[in-house]
Structure formats: C-alpha cells, structure tokens
Design a protein around this ligand. Structure first.
Ligand code: NCD
Length: 326
C-alpha cells in the first residue's frame, strides 16, 4: 500500500480486505467504555477541510483521537487561505511542522494528488471536488459486508446525482474490486459524460430508468442513494424537485417493491440527506436503512486507514524510527 490514500484505485483487493479486517477490530473498541488505544501516540494528524463536512471531519478526528494521535482541525475560513495563501504554500507550511498525516477535503478535483507531491507526510483524500472519496467507499463496503457478507456477485444499485458525486466514483472502483455487480442510475442530465467507455473498463452497468433496474434481472441487494448536490449545480439539471423524486427518488412505494423481491435489501446514503427529494423520510428511517451504521463504520474504517498508513506493516517511510535508531 502506498503512503497516501488519494484514489480508491490505489488499493488492491488485498489492501481493501486488510483495511476492512483491521476496521473490524477497531469497531470492537467502540463498544468499550475506554476507547483509546496507544497505537499512534506521538503522531500528529492535521484535518484540513476546505469544504463543509459533518461526518467525515468528525469521524477522522475521533479516529485519530482513539488511536492516541494528536489531531488538529483547520478550515479554509480561519486559516490563511482566507487571506489568499495558495494551496501549495498552506500545505507546505503545515508539512514543515513535521506532521505525520494531512487529511484533506477540497473543492477542486485533483487537489489531494497535488498536495501529496509537495509534502513529506501521508495525504488522505477526504473528498476532492467531483473526483473521489476513498474512505467513504471503504466504509460503505464495510457496512455492506457486515450485513450481507462477501460482496462477490452481490447487486448494488447507485442512484442519483452521479455527475457531481465523488462517493459514486470511489464506490464503483471499490465495489468492483470486491467482485460486486454494480448498476448506476441517473437522469441523462446527471450522467457523467464519457461514462460508457468508463463503465466498460470498470465493468458496471448504467441506466436512466430506475424502475426497470429495480424490477429486472437479479434482485437488488443494496441501493445507495446519492444527494442531489445543488451547491455544485449552475443550471437546471431537472425541471422540478417533484419530477426528480418521481423518477429517481427512493419513495416508500419503491422501497416496498424492493423488499417484496428481497426482504434483506439494504438502503445506504452517505449523508447529508435531502429528505423528500432523493430519499423519502419513510425510506431513510426504514428498518432496511443502514445510514447510521455507515456513520459508525466511518470511525472504525478511518482508524484502520490511519493505522495502515502510519503504523502498519506497509507504512514504509512514514513509520517512526525506533527511539535511538541511527
Ligand atoms: C459526501 C461528500 O461530501 O462527498 N458526504 C460525505 O462525505 N458523507 C456526499 C455528499 O456531500 O452528498
């Protein structure tokens, strides 16, 4: 495993399985009264979030704290970025303080890869623009495997605003690596351009018709609903919210149809949810919904990623030298 985690494609199936196995033991810690372990004592992790976040930022912070690392949070507002400092200068400034890992969320696709070329510490992508969000895909895989076991041959349907979704981009890579069958569904206006060539290389199917996908072929094992990312939209991608829901929302009626074909079907959403738009409140709170399990898995998976990058067998050059070593 490389010293950075920028793209889900950085991880082989063996790497993913190693991280998920570590995450299982980390998850056990969450059930204890005292959750701290000394694994990353003396290491420093900076969470630098240039975009808003609730789940990802707090779970990285909790993950670092439970591993006994010192964690520091920075955001664009409140850092010198708001005074016009460039990303390169900010990254190199933080790196000069001898931090061990930089967890970055940034609005520009490719920002994390750029930063990894400028700094000496590990860089972890916590979401870069419309590119990738690899730890989200890992926590989704963890949640799915906890409920339905190995993912080989399992059918996962990802629905919604694919164009703007880094969660979708990382998920198709990780799910394919774990052998799942993936179908992605979006209205034509929210289907990324060039997806046909990409779906052939990565072996997933695409559709504009949610009801046909839910009714046809193998029953669906899990449906992952994506948020309509209005903040990244400049024009009209669909006529009205109501029309989006009618065509692509997980309504009570669609959930009932899914359950009729597979009583164990799971509903995922990375959050934050637009209740009533891409997912009905009934579906978000249904027994099939594992939205909060995803959040809980997020801490365990991020602990596992930090462990593998900073302290694991494969930590490479970021591994601390033993005290007194030459
Ligand atoms: C996602 C993100 O920021 O990419 N959320 C998350 O990390 N839990 C998805 C989204 O914002 O819709």
């Amino acid at each position: 495993m490389s010293r950075h985690l920028i793209s889900s494609a950085d991880l082989s199936r063996t790497d993913i399985e190693g991280i998920l196995a570590t995450a299982e033991s980390m998850h056990d810690l969450q059930r204890r009264d005292v959750k701290k372990v000394p694994t990353l004592r003396g290491r420093t992790i900076v969470n630098f979030f240039f975009e808003d976040s609730t789940r990802t930022r707090s779970s990285f912070e909790i993950a670092g704290k439970w591993l006994s690392a010192d964690t520091i949070n920075l955001s664009a507002k409140g850092s010198s970025t708001s005074k016009g400092e460039s990303l390169r200068d900010t990254a190199m400034t933080v790196s000069a303080m001898a931090v061990d890992a930089l967890v970055i969320r940034h609005g520009a696709s490719g920002a994390c890869r750029q930063v990894s070329q400028w700094v000496r510490c590990s860089v972890i992508n916590a979401g870069d623009g419309m590119h990738e969000h690899p730890t989200q895909a890992l926590l989704d895989a963890y949640t799915l495997r906890t409920r339905i076991g190995e993912l080989d041959g399992k059918h996962v349907v990802i629905v919604g605003d694919l164009t703007h979704s880094r969660v979708f981009r990382s998920n198709v890579i990780t799910l394919a690596a774990l052998g799942a069958r993936v179908t992605v569904v979006a209205p034509p206006t929210l289907m990324p351009s060039g997806i046909d060539a990409w779906s052939e290389t990565d072996g997933f199917e695409t559709s504009w018709d949610l009801d046909t996908v839910l009714a046809g072929g193998d029953p669906v094992d899990a449906v992952m609903m994506l948020r309509v990312q209005r903040e990244r939209m400049s024009g009209g991608y669909f006529p009205t919210a109501r029309e989006y829901t009618v065509g692509y929302g997980l309504t009570r009626d669609r959930l009932d149809r899914l359950v009729a074909r597979n009583a164990d079907v799971l509903v995922l959403h990375p959050g934050p949810m637009n209740r009533g738009l891409e997912i009905a409140a009934d579906a978000a709170d249904a027994p099939q919904s594992v939205v909060l399990e995803q959040v809980s898995a997020g801490v365990a998976v991020r602990m596992a990623v930090l462990y593998h990058l900073l302290a694991g067998e494969d930590a490479g050059s970021t591994r601390p030298a033993a005290p007194g070593a030459a």
